[in-house]
Design a protein around this ligand. Sequence first.
Ligand SMILES: Cc1ncc(COP(=O)(O)O)c(C=O)c1O
Length: 441
Amino acid sequence: MTTPLPPDMSNLWMPFTANRQFKAHPRLLASAQGMTYTSIDGHQVLDGTAGLWCVNAGHGRKEIIEALTQQATKLDYAPSFQIGHEDSFRAATAVAKLMPENLDRIFFTNSGSESVDTSLKIALAYHRARGEGQRTRLIGRERGYHGVGFGGISVGGISPNRKTFSGVLLPGVDHLPHTHDLAHNAHSRGQPAWGGKHFADQLENIIALHDASTIAAVIVEPLAGSTGVLVPPKGYLERLRAITEQHGILLIFDEVITGFGRLGASTASAFLGVTPDLITLAKGISNAAIPAGAVAVRRDIHDTILGASASGIEFFHGYTYSAHPMATAAILATLGIYEREGLFERARGLSKLFEDTAHRLESAQHVIDVRNLGLVAGIELRPREGAPGARAAEVFAKCFDRGVMVRYTGDTIAISPPLIITESQIEQIFGTIEAVLKTVD
Ligand SMILES: Cc1ncc(COP(=O)(O)O)c(C=O)c1O
């Protein structure tokens, strides 16, 4: 038998990737099962990141594969406009059951970016339907990540994602300050003690500047992941909720990574006891077996928009693949696994050990902060002089070589394993990082 030739890599333009470096030293995965990836050369790698924060039930789940196979055979596709299929309704009901009470109207999308843009449009449509169409301003947060649509990068706060497009971002957007404060909160276990009121009260200044009557919505990640694991200080989200409520401004939680068990509950909202008006979802909703996303909407927001038009289409928005039959099959199978296996409770049960193990790294070389919540940890390294991100990139590469997949953003290593992780695998992840840090300049 001849060995297959390596693929020509020139045609693929890879997303959020240093294409030239990657293609010079590719890292290619061939298969995955449970907690483990296998690379094309047979190297086994423990998945410390649930893929990209999305494979919450672990890889290769038989129930999801069977559901997808059956669905592909039975109904490969159904138009999503003016026609439905039964599973789209079943999937909406199943998602609604996991959302806070009253956020039970579900709009399906295919990704987190689409969920974010959809949620912003719903916010605008709601105010217009109530006769407050002048509320068009959207408030995001510095360091926020809300995907890559024009809405998402406008309310997002990550400069490299925005600067190329800065002239054409959505108008009328403002940003809260981010909540990362090492001077007060370094090495916090769980929610940091300092700054909740201080940071949230900045919203009052933004409201004073623009006037509440111009502001449609505030969107934040309850726990910011992609920007380097920023855990909300105690009282912060509660205060944002109180201020937005007081001024008739909608609060959107972007739960694309925190939804479906990441913190040890169905949502961050449930875990932290703060209920927004809309929740954006994706990733863990289908265990990433097929692209899927959703927005959970407060019932009366939905009803107001529907009630505003006498007849016909009430909301001019949707995707060819909203509630795609394959997506709804995967969603139903995935949510069934979460429930049967009690994976959210499992995550909650493991989170203390996860926290203790992560915080062992506080005294490791180069580490300036360890932070965590649920099954998420961030380990921030002191950047190399003149080469930000280089140290974390080296840790990532060395961990991969030693059989553990971590992620890095800037100089923060992020860990967010599948919820099926075992105690010994938690040890393996942090033990490997600890060992690697000793070898890094
Ligand atoms: C909070 C948040 N919102 C939105 C997105 C975008 O999701 P997608 O890449 O599926 O468009 C992400 C992706 O990481 C995310 O973390």
